[in-house]
Ligand binder design. Structure first.
Ligand SMILES: Cc1cc2nc3c(=O)[nH]c(=O)nc-3n(C[C@H](O)[C@H](O)[C@H](O)COP(=O)(O)O)c2cc1C
Length: 384
């Protein structure tokens, strides 16, 4: 009874506010208090997002079909498209339009835009609003040289005032909430995230996602949760979404606990375990943690993913699916000859026949967790 009362109190309207928590030196919330912080919806500006577990954009992976197949599993609070170049979008390039393609049940969705030119970002934001998109995310975290070289991505973090002015112009251009995704800063000597977050809040940015690495780290080294916590402490009203290296429910719990974030974003972890959002939602509402999905459920996921891809790309999906063959191969323990066929099939009938064999021969190969299969650039970040 007490537990029920507690849950009702904490899930009242006040719990649905942005929900960052300042982590004090006396310790972070734990137990029921922590659980209550992970549960319920979260407001990002005028948007109410159903859970605090978001999908981080992974260019090349988080396309419409993948977002949809994840949504069907449940638990996902928000998805964001791959980054889209602002002028290419407004100019109607085929690739950009494909990246922002959506459908009514692909919600809640934000579109991520990038550019080093403020007016281009504002024009893209306006274009998105005019085309009924509900959330705009500005990329201030991309480490790639071709994006940083034109002043976009993580380069924006080097000049806090200019970045805040850029964000202000975008916020002024639209009525829909504008968010920013950033890193800790350019390098260890320029961790501008807390200062920038505070300025962004002042100019009306509705929320911040922070990947706990610097641009210089690329994807190496560990995520600095203290850096994320400092960013949480720097803002007073808007939600901070913590990101980086969350692979399991325990990683998620400790991220909430150690940083005081209002929500988390999961990128590569969603590729390793697409069920993670559902697991987290179940955990946050006090339900038992789910067992691993059965082999059939996992194979159904693969089939749905492909079918959703065909709705957007038709027969070309046979080619696009190659990118996922190695991942599905190790994730589902698909025998290597069948994994190889997933890389070469050319028709829907062939796909169906491969799937039938995958079901029949399940268990022949050990399933492994395929971390390395989401490719990140190699070598020093200065060469990316
Ligand atoms: C292949 C790949 C593509 C990515 N594409 C984007 C992107 O388009 N926009 C963005 O803001 N971040 C992008 N990221 C960064 C992720 O959103 C995320 O911040 C980072 O991977 C750390 O989180 P994770 O450990 O949960 O993956 C990408 C990362 C990877 C590995």
């Amino acid at each position: 009874m007490l537990a029920l009362v507690y849950k009702n109190v904490l899930q009242g309207p006040e719990r649905r506010m942005t929900g960052n928590v300042k982590v004090t030196p006396h310790g972070a919330p734990s137990g029921p208090e922590l659980l209550s912080r992970m549960s319920g919806s979260v407001c990002v500006g005028s948007r109410v997002l159903p859970t605090r577990f978001f999908l981080a954009p992974l260019a090349g992976y988080t396309h419409l079909a993948f977002r949809m197949v994840l949504r069907q599993l449940g638990g996902l609070g928000l998805a964001t498209t791959d980054l889209v170049q602002a002028t290419m979008l407004v100019g109607g390039s085929k690739k950009s339009l494909e990246l922002v393609e959506t459908r009514p049940d692909d919600r809640p969705l934000s579109v991520q835009i990038f550019s080093g030119v403020t007016s281009h970002l504002a024009a893209a934001a306006k274009w998105l609003q005019d085309h009924d998109y509900e959330g705009i995310d500005i990329n201030m975290g991309c480490p790639m040289a071709k994006i940083n070289g034109t002043g976009g991505g993580a380069r924006l973090m080097c000049n806090v005032d200019a970045a805040a002015t850029t964000a202000a112009r975008v916020v002024e251009a639209v009525r829909v909430p504008v968010t920013v995704k950033m890193r800790l800063g350019w390098d260890a000597t320029q961790c501008t995230a807390p200062e920038l977050a505070a300025e962004l809040e002042k100019v009306g940015v509705a929320g911040i996602t922070i990947h706990g690495r610097t641009r210089a780290q690329g994807f190496h080294g560990s995520v600095d949760r203290k850096g994320i916590r400092d960013t949480v402490s720097a803002v007073s009203r808007i939600p901070v979404v913590a990101n980086g290296d969350i692979r399991t429910v325990d990683d998620a719990i400790s991220m909430f606990q150690e940083t005081g974030c209002a929500a988390i974003a999961i990128g590569r972890g969603a590729m390793l375990d697409p069920w993670i959002f559902r697991r987290l939602a179940a955990h946050a509402s006090g339900d038992h943690l789910e067992a691993n999905p059965s082999a059939d459920e996992q194979i159904d996921f693969l089939v749905s993913h492909f079918r959703l891809m065909t709705e957007q790309h038709g027969l070309f999906s046979c080619h696009l699916f190659r990118k996922f063959a190695a991942w599905y191969g190790s994730r589902l323990g698909i025998p290597e000859d069948l994994e190889d066929r997933l890389r070469r099939f050319e028709s829907y009938a062939e796909f169906d026949e491969i799937v039938e064999q995958i079901r029949r021969r399940h268990g022949e190969r050990l399933c492994t967790v395929a971390t390395a299969l989401v490719k990140v650039p190699n070598g020093p970040v200065s060469h990316w």
